[in-house]
Design a protein around this ligand. Sequence first.
Ligand code: SF4
Length: 62
Amino acid sequence: MPYKISVDHDACIGCGACAATCDNFKLVDGKSEPVKADVSELSCEKEASESCPVNAIKIEKN
Ligand code: SF4
């Protein structure tokens, strides 16, 4: 898969903005996680990362 999505759990404050913006994020125990970490195409993940107040979402291109 060309893209890898990850969330820095130390930085994440569990505000839920990413999950509200993009259905590829969910909150688990007050922290965000990607539903699918490896994706062939980006959809809303970039918007979600821009919505994160602490820049906890990382999108890497493999
Ligand atoms: Fe965590 Fe950022 Fe998502 Fe808020 S927007 S839940 S801080 S990853």
